[in-house]
Design a protein around this ligand. Structure first.
Ligand SMILES: Nc1ncnc2c1ncn2[C@@H]1O[C@H](COP(=O)(O)OP(=O)(O)OP(=O)(O)O)[C@@H](O)[C@H]1O
Length: 237
């Protein structure tokens, strides 16, 4: 894959609502091909950070800069905690964005087949998407995003409210996306999940970026008192 839009750089990004600062002076570079997990207690600003990166929100001050120079490149996707699925079959949900992207029918059919197979969804192809279980819906949303061949995917709490076996299937799907060289940036509350998936960690606390570095170092020797308390399970907000 030719890399064109990464790295993504946040330059002293702040975000405020009605004068209340929610994220403050976040500077961060996200390079290609890594799995980055954004962690932090409730209300730390994890979802806001993802929305700013993806372009759903604009910073109050500072800049979000893609290497391609585009304001909001197409080669990036976001999967929400509760994915928005069409009232159609699983296969039709995969086909629709490909049609919007202008892919000819034969290519779409091949890509839908590949996506169904890749994410374990083939037996569900004809089912109404909105009747799927939470875990199946997440995998469909991941498959749909993957089929568009993004360079980077943002995943906001991809396994919130899923049971352990559904969580493991979603994690396998995320690992499979990353194995294709797609950069993954995700939030999670689940320390175990972060240990399983993260290569790098960003740790936020009360709207500030407190740590950013390799996951091994973050989990074994967190530098800040906040991160130490968080890793020990003692910091809840
Ligand atoms: N539009 C908004 N107006 C006012 N406050 C907001 C708005 N959006 C987010 N916030 C607040 O900003 C803070 C950060 O929100 P965010 O959703 O990013 O937290 P989070 O780290 O993802 O938390 P959680 O782990 O609980 O999902 C929270 O205190 C939230 O209430």
């Amino acid at each position: 894959m030719t890399r064109t839009i990464l790295p993504l750089t946040l330059e002293t990004v702040s975000y405020a609502v009605s004068g209340t600062p929610l994220l403050r002076d976040v500077s961060l570079t996200i390079g290609a091909g890594r799995r980055l997990v954004v962690m932090g207690p409730n209300g730390a600003g994890k979802s806001l950070l993802l929305r700013l990166c993806h372009g759903l929100l604009a910073p109050t001050t500072g800049r979000v800069r893609w290497a391609s120079g585009e304001a909001r490149p197409k080669a990036q996707g976001m999967v929400l905690q509760r994915p928005v699925l069409l009232r159609r079959s699983v296969a039709a949900n995969l086909d629709y964005p490909l049609a919007l992207a202008g892919l000819p029918k034969a290519e779409r059919r091949a890509m839908v087949e590949a996506s169904l197979a890749r994410f374990g969804l083939a037996p569900l192809a004809a089912r109404p998407a909105r009747r799927l279980s939470g875990g199946e819906q997440q995998r469909l949303a991941l498959a749909r995003a993957w089929a568009l061949r993004p360079e980077i995917l943002f995943l906001d709490e991809p396994s919130a409210a899923l049971d352990p076996s559904a969580t493991r299937l979603v994690e396998a799907a995320i690992a499979s996306v990353a194995a294709d060289g797609i950069t993954v940036v995700m939030t999670t509350h689940d320390l175990g999940q972060a240990r399983r998936l993260a290569e790098d960690v960003v740790f936020l606390h009360r709207g500030r970026l407190v740590e950013h570095g390799p996951a091994d170092a973050f989990f074994s020797v967190p530098q800040s008192p906040e991160a130490r308390a968080f890793v020990a399970g003692d910091l809840v907000w």
